[in-house]
Design a protein around this ligand. Structure first.
Ligand code: GUN
Length: 297
């Protein structure tokens, strides 16, 4: 059997298109564009690329992008002052502080300073708490994107066995909450889990978010499982090549022989993150303007 490839790239493009259309309607109704502010501290090359793509995607979706690039030596006070200014700014609906921050800045205290109603990353403890008790708030973009791919593929997840590998605050924990809300039976596995292959074997749904190249093998999987691969790992370069290949946390080729459906890397979960960020920003804009967000946003 060869698994269906879950085309996150196409799904994300459709979502961005839909957000762009609704963003134009929002502008007409509210008399202003929805706005996303992205803050980057320091000159980490990967972060520079992400922030650049977020800005372009925001503008392409008919929203306003406000970029703040601050030097590496920015103090906590200076960063907090900027966050406070963005909290007060009525043209800013969403605030994203790009992580990781330079090591002299405390990520938790910076994130806590963002207004929970502008926290479109869903990283604030208030939003983590809202998700945990089932109140509406902002859900981290990557797990929400995974959930969209899963429900598109499987419909009702009720009663299905889901195993999430990884327990980060950004992916593993919110992913498990979302699956639980959808009535799946959820296990969170991690580096101390005993018999990880045996645990994964039970799963109708596997979400791998550990950051270890091709760790999940075909023989770990139940026949017909749906596999969502959140990992993005670069292999060492082959001789004569400058860069190694990008691979996920799942051994894609062999897993495709056992799974019913699987996300590729690249082109699976990755493109969903920015699309969901735009979606969250437009939801924030509707709430801030006292308008009702469209149902299918
Ligand atoms: N760094 C890598 N991914 C993300 C993300 O989704 N949000 C933020 N704020 N920083 C990141």
């Amino acid at each position: 059997m060869t698994a269906t490839r879950i085309d996150g790239k196409a799904f994300a493009a459709a979502l961005r298109e839909r957000v762009g259309g609704y963003a134009a309607s929002f502008e007409e109704a509210a008399g202003r564009k929805a706005g996303l502010a992205v803050v980057l501290v320091g000159d980490d090359p990967a972060s520079q690329v992400y922030v650049g793509s977020k800005g372009k995607a925001t503008v392409a979706a008919n929203m306003a992008s406000f970029e703040h690039r601050l030097p590496d030596e920015t103090t906590s006070q200076e960063l907090l002052a900027l966050v406070e200014q963005l909290n007060q700014d009525e043209s800013v609906d969403g605030i994203l502080v790009q992580l990781p921050l330079p090591s002299h800045l405390d990520e938790q205290s910076i994130i806590s300073a963002i207004s929970p109603d502008k926290d479109v990353d869903g990283f604030h403890v208030i939003n983590a708490g809202r998700l945990s008790v089932g109140q509406s708030g902002f859900v981290p973009c990557t797990p929400l994107g995974c959930m969209m791919l899963l429900t598109d593929r499987l419909g009702d997840l009720s009663g299905l066995e889901a195993v999430v590998i990884g327990r980060s605050n950004i992916v593993g924990k919110p992913m498990a909450q979302l699956l639980l809300d959808a009535n799946a039976t959820v296990t969170i596995a991690h580096s101390r889990t005993k018999d990880l292959p045996g645990v994964v074997k039970r799963a109708d749904i596997v979400v791998a978010a550990v950051g270890r190249a091709e760790m999940v093998k075909a023989e770990w999987l139940k026949e017909g499982a749906t596999v969502i691969d959140v990992g993005i790992n670069r292999l060492p370069p082959e001789p004569g090549k400058e860069k190694g290949r990008l691979v996920g946390d799942v051994a894609f080729n062999e897993a495709s022989e056992v799974a019913a459906a699987i996300t590729p890397v690249p082109g699976g979960v990755g493109p969903m993150t920015i699309a969901v960020l735009l979606r969250n920003t437009l939801v924030a804009a509707h709430r801030n303007a006292g308008l009702t967000a469209p149902e299918d946003l």
